[in-house]
Design a protein around this ligand. Structure first.
Ligand code: BDR
Ligand code: CA
Length: 315
């Protein structure tokens, strides 16, 4: 079993990623830490608590509130045009009685890294602010973490918020820079692989056909939230009746790295540029010099990944 902290700005694909992690027998979710991004951190926290309740997790999953803004920049704008006003495609799912911890996200990460030294995996599905704050407080974190799987960045493909930048890195480039250059063992699950891993309308129909008493509310939620997500991708002329599963793929890879091909690269995060802020610049020269060692996902078995993502909801 893989012990994970999931750090999320709980939007539509984060929610599906968390649902999968809570349902997969191969994963133990040690906690979820929340961060601003798709929506504000309060909304991300509320969504996370609702998703944990919806999943009906068989064990307690603590939730710790994290950053409300980037390390060094002002208050952000949110991506409600992508994820809906409430961040989960305006789907209405029941509120939870569970309260978030008093402990802040960075302190929670540090405490868990000591309790589970050498075993803990961090999966980031949003801005890297919380992990950056944790490693700045205690650089010893690097030795205690097994691996950080980062949904973010793009090396051989365009960005999604700017010509060269992916949203999670662009939303706090200074934090990404801290994490990438900290010595933490980072695997980058970027747009190179997430943009070709698509959930489609026929996958949703398959979920619907295989619904049973125990999974009805979850299937309804996945369908409703993804209707919103598909519409965003259709209206931006990117995909028809489908959407990339950025965040779920990252959890899938953290659970089973054999789903992807990776290559160790030297990568720098661009901070001081109007046009290129948030770019993950890989030094692909024969003798690379610039950047930190990052394991970059370059290819994925997308069919297997999507089948695996659906598996806990249909059996
Ligand atoms: C990332 O940005 C957010 O909109 C998604 O939740 C995902 O984490 C993709 O660029
Ligand atoms: Ca996300």
């Amino acid at each position: 079993v893989r012990n994970m902290i999931i750090d999320a700005d709980t939007g539509i694909d984060d929610a599906l990623a968390i649902l999968y992690a809570l349902k997969s027998p191969g994963i133990r979710v040690e906690g979820v830490t929340t961060v601003f991004g798709n929506i504000g951190v309060e909304q991300a926290t509320d969504n996370t608590l609702r998703i944990i309740k919806l999943a009906g997790a068989p064990y307690e999953v603590p939730v710790a509130i994290g950053a409300e803004k980037p390390l060094k920049r002002g208050m952000p704008e949110f991506a409600t045009h992508v994820h809906g006003r409430n961040g989960i495609g305006d789907a209405d799912i029941p509120a939870s009685d569970q309260r978030p911890l008093e402990e802040r996200a960075d302190d929670f990460i540090l405490r868990k890294s000591k309790e589970l030294a050498g075993e803990l995996i961090i999966v980031t599905l949003g801005r890297l602010t919380n992990v950056a704050q944790a490693v700045l407080k205690d650089p010893g974190l690097c030795e205690r973490i097994k691996q950080v799987y980062v949904m973010g960045g793009a090396v051989g493909v365009p960005g999604n918020v700017t010509p060269v930048s992916e949203a999670n890195i662009w939303g706090d480039p200074e934090a990404a820079d801290v994490v990438f250059s900290s010595g933490l063992p980072v695997t980058m699950v970027g747009l190179d692989v997430t943009m070709k891993t698509l959930l489609t309308g026929s996958h949703l129909d398959r979920l619907d056909r295989l619904r049973h008493d125990g999974n009805g509310a979850i299937v309804d939620f996945i369908r409703e939230s993804h209707r919103y997500y598909f519409e965003f991708y259709r209206s931006s002329n990117a995909f028809i009746d489908s959407a990339p599963i950025h965040d779920p793929l990252t959890v899938l890879v953290a659970e089973d790295p054999s789903l992807v091909t990776t290559r160790l690269m030297k990568v720098s995060v661009v901070c001081d540029s109007e046009l290129c802020a948030g770019m993950t610049a890989a030094d692909l020269r024969r003798h690379p010099l610039a950047g930190s060692n990052i394991r970059v996902c370059t290819d994925v078995d997308e069919g297997l990944a999507v089948d695996r993502l659906l598996s806990p909801f249909v059996s």
